[in-house]
Design a protein around this ligand. Sequence first.
Ligand SMILES: Nc1ncnc2c1ncn2[C@@H]1O[C@H](COP(=O)(O)OP(=O)(O)O)[C@@H](O)[C@H]1O
Ligand SMILES: [Mg+2]
Ligand SMILES: [Zn+2]
Length: 511
Amino acid sequence: MFARINSMGLFGIESYMVGVEVDFGQGLPRIDIVGLPDASVNESRNRVRSAVKNCGYSFPQSRVTINLSPADIRKEGPVYDLPLFIAILKAGDQLNCKIDDCAFIGELSLDGLVRHINGALSMVIRAKKSGIKRVFVPAENALECSVVSGIEIYAVENVNQAVKHLTGEEILTPVKYEELSKNENAFGLFAPDFRDVMGQQEARYAMEIAAAGGHNIIMVGPPGSGKSMLAKRLPSILPDMTFEESLETTELYSIAGAMPEGVSLIRERPFRAPHHTVSPAGLSGGGVIPRPGEISLSHNGVLFLDELPEFSRTAMEVLRQPIEDGKVTISRANASLTYPCSTMVVCAMNPCPCGFKGHPKKECTCPDIAAKRYLAKVSGPLLDRMDIHIEVPPVDFDSLSSKVPSECSADIKKRVNAARKIQQERLAGSGVSCNAKMTPEQTKRFCVAEPSAMAFLENVFDRLDFSARAYDKILRVARTSADLDGSETIKVSHIAQAVQFRSLDRRFWRR
Ligand SMILES: Nc1ncnc2c1ncn2[C@@H]1O[C@H](COP(=O)(O)OP(=O)(O)O)[C@@H](O)[C@H]1O
Ligand SMILES: [Mg+2]
Ligand SMILES: [Zn+2]
């Protein structure tokens, strides 16, 4: 009259094993759920009772106690429907099989269909670590789960399939990763090509450096100068993802319930461009049912903030710490949870409300105070976190009308990939995979400049009065510039380039 079934729960990106225990006792028919269930888990009893009856089994006319262990962690969501169903059948001797090495996750409909859940990938990874050999998952989650090797994944569309498999009546074949991983273009993005961008040599090179080293970048320039155009082409030159990066990003999409359809593993770096009206929680994550925000959905990819000054002050404020830390912590009533967000932030903005401040031909019509206020909307600390600052001037007619096409994205990407590979080998085993994310210690160790380059930097530094944060950023950008050149040491030209990329804020913000 007792059964215990393995299942898993999710907390942030961490999953943990949950034991779903069912006991039939004496007394009037009623169902109690203990073990810190939330409202959605409580509703499980009704769904499961209906499903049991509608699938042709009998539900006990006695007292049913359901315990979800461990008792001290709050259980959320409908994942426990399927394990509960199996536990009820087992406890009532309606199902006889050995399933100690199995785990079950899935929501049920009243007629026994197994429905999609969020976070299945993370749960399967946990199950494998805990020695589980077979996991039964909703068919809709099977693709993402198939990525985990060394554990058998059974995709079930309805509970009867699971039961028949367990009794040996109709054996299912475990899902195979290779078969299902044909979809290469997870986001269905058609990334436009850098071939279309005429002229703009400096901005193009800044994009190449940013992509190669994972550096944050801000572009300032008049409307129509091609800032949005440049940013939208970034995905076409981002370095290929490592398997670990793909897995991390896929896990976050799985938790957010945002997996693109028909995709098992996300292999391209995400490019997220939230509108400036996005809520702070939409950006950083959170909500009643916590969900990763835009910054986490761009983990290992790009977060593009177009028309930066239009974003609210709170939105910018909320991004500051996560950009620095590569993770975001969300406070909840009795706990806080953390999502990773190691992302490359790309910002674009006009220099003033009318957009023509500093324009070579057009006149800026903004009152001085309005222009100042506009720039002041971008918080200093956020600006400080941008490694590369560039001005995107209006493109001149000669470049625009040139018949010679610009270099295409595929060629740029080859250099970016080569430079990223150098970084990954240099930083192997440190948990950091690109120059932009190096710790101060790593920066000191790996950003070794030639004496002449060092002297140059020292000179500039005294003259321009850079902050300590800027110093490290310059070294890291110079490191990427050297990696793109295939140069072991950092030379004067690399430092000069990095310094150049830090001069813009002086021009506009005069700080
Ligand atoms: N360097 C360029 N080469 C080719 N077309 C350009 C260039 N810069 C701008 N354009 C054209 O101008 C349009 C507007 O550019 P956009 O990126 O929206 O400017 P911004 O975001 O700076 O306001 C683009 O869609 C493109 O057609
Ligand atoms: Mg634009
Ligand atoms: Zn203006």
